[in-house]
Design a protein around this ligand. Structure first.
Ligand SMILES: *Cc1c(COP(=O)(O)O)cnc(C)c1O
Length: 468
């Protein structure tokens, strides 16, 4: 055994090889030497455990692979073929080119982030998007924080600390990633008062809760039940009635919309989703929503509403802790500008383009891509075919609506389904990973989110596909 180990080359010997010299040229000596040492240590340990010693060319291949693994970015671009358009784990909305350019410019050069170019004095970063947000929602004022969870937290902490917030029991939701309305309330220092039942809540439930609380009540709140729907014997109080009741008692009415499209999705053939403009028009004093769900922008939490309430929120010291950076504001401004031209929105806003893509168009893409996928898996005991699929909007938006889509289905020949898991993980291991989903005994690749201009890159990515 010891005799065998002595046959392993030294670190210096491997570092002197031409193939390793090329790696050093690109990545630097320190990094490559580290990988060489790790590779030799792994070979030594494997040999001690009884594995055969690798020859020099096998060691060089391992070094090269090791260098690739440690130097490639962790935050890599992937192909989202999951069928979920706004996939939270895959970064939600893909940004339109206008936003990408704006954020690159802001990253590269100094920019007037908090600088009033007219007076030469200090500015307010919220002013970059405030007017656009007011124009698009009909609100008097607006502010921006890190995400919608932060927006809800900040609003409760500012307006409802040590006070009661009245919410319908049917709206005490949990959003994926541990956003739970009751927990956020508690952390914000507000006391939750649940009213009504899971399926039915009436105006009198709210009125009684205010009656009990008296001056202890801070607000009436409505939370959009983004990611689930209640069917059957249900009743929810319309926003306008809640607003009227709140105002009668001198209280604000606030709405957490979750996803917040700034346009009427029905005009694009999609199911209607409540908009901030509608909530404001119904009498909401504050509305919060996400920047990266249906809005199609960067991660952000937007708060719009009455001037004096927004002013109080902005004075909360926690606003400073939850504020957004210049890259977010640059991208957000560019996205909001697109909404000023609804006629061209579907062509320009990437998320909306993906959501409105027709089944026929996606099926045609599937026909174009079928041969490349067939070639990639040709040696494996599977078949590939074109299938009708249903995409999901994702991010808790429009939970029960599915969009007719199409894609490729890889099915095992015979009963062995282990091959699907192997293909699925090999696709995930590509330099640009391809993420599909296994469902009903097939590996499904929903092509809705693969834009036509990305197909060549996708086919090139498949070239690197190797499945053991
Ligand atoms: C998604 C969502 C949130 C959380 O928003 P993030 O932007 O993910 O922080 C809060 N409330 C509702 C109703 C939501 O749908």
């Amino acid at each position: 055994m010891t005799h065998d180990l002595a046959k392993l080359p030294s670190v210096d010997r491997l570092l002197a090889k031409a193939a390793v010299a090329a790696l050093i040229e690109t990545h630097g000596r320190a990094l490559v030497a580290g990988v060489v040492r790790d590779t030799l240590a792994a070979a030594r340990n494997a040999a001690l455990a009884g594995a055969p010693l690798p020859d020099e060319s096998a060691l060089l291949a391992k070094v090269s692979h090791g260098v690739t693994l440690t130097t490639r970015p962790k935050l890599r671009a992937v192909f989202n073929l999951t069928g979920t358009v706004l996939h939270t784990n895959l970064g939600r909305a893909a940004l339109p080119e206008e936003a990408v350019e704006a954020l690159i410019t802001a990253a590269r050069s100094p920019c007037a982030l908090e600088y009033d170019l007219e007076s030469g004095g200090r500015g307010d970063r919220d002013d970059i998007v405030k007017d656009l947000l007011c124009e698009l929602t009909g609100a008097e004022a607006a502010t921006v924080v890190n995400n919608n969870a932060a927006a809800v937290f900040l609003l409760l902490n500012t307006l409802a600390q040590r006070k009661e917030v009245v919410v319908s029991r049917g709206e005490l939701i949990e959003i994926g990633g541990a956003f739970r309305v009751p927990d956020i309330m508690k952390r914000a220092g507000a006391k939750l008062v649940e009213v009504g039942t899971t399926n039915r809540t009436h105006l009198r439930d709210f009125a009684e809760a205010i009656g009990h609380g008296g001056p202890r009540t801070a607000m009436l709140m409505k939370v959009h039940a983004s990611n689930y729907a209640i069917h059957g014997f249900t009743h929810a109080v319309p926003e306008a009635e809640l607003a009227a009741l709140a105002h009668e008692r001198g209280l604000p009415f606030v709405v957490d919309l979750g996803s917040g499209t700034l346009t009427d999705l029905a005009a694009f053939g999609l199911p209607h989703e409540p908009t901030p403009r509608e909530a404001i028009a119904a009498g909401a004093d504050l509305v919060t929503f996400s920047g990266d769900k249906l809005l199609g922008g960067p991660q952000a939490g937007l708060l719009v509403g009455r001037k004096e309430l927004i002013a109080r929120i902005k004075k909360n010291p926690l606003k400073r802790a939850l504020r957004v950076g210049k890259l977010t504001l640059a991208a957000l401004e560019a996205v909001l500008r697109l909404y000023r031209d609804p006629d061209r929105l579907a062509g320009r806003l990437t998320a909306l383009a993906q959501l409105t893509r027709t089944e026929v168009d996606i099926r045609t893409a599937a026909e174009r891509l079928l041969p490349a996928v067939q070639t990639a898996v040709a040696t494996l005991p599977v078949t590939v075919g074109i299938v009708a699929l249903k995409s999901q909007i994702g991010s808790g938006s429009l939970p029960v609506d599915r969009l007719p889509s199409a894609g490729l289905a890889i099915r095992p020949q015979g009963k062995k389904s282990g091959v699907l898991n192997r293909i699925e993980s090999a696709l995930r291991a590509l330099p640009r990973p391809i993420i599909g989903r296994i469902e009903d005994g097939a590996l499904l690749l929903d092509l809705r989110c693969l834009a036509a201009h990305e197909e060549a890159v996708f086919i090139a990515a498949l070239d690197a596909f190797r499945c053991a």
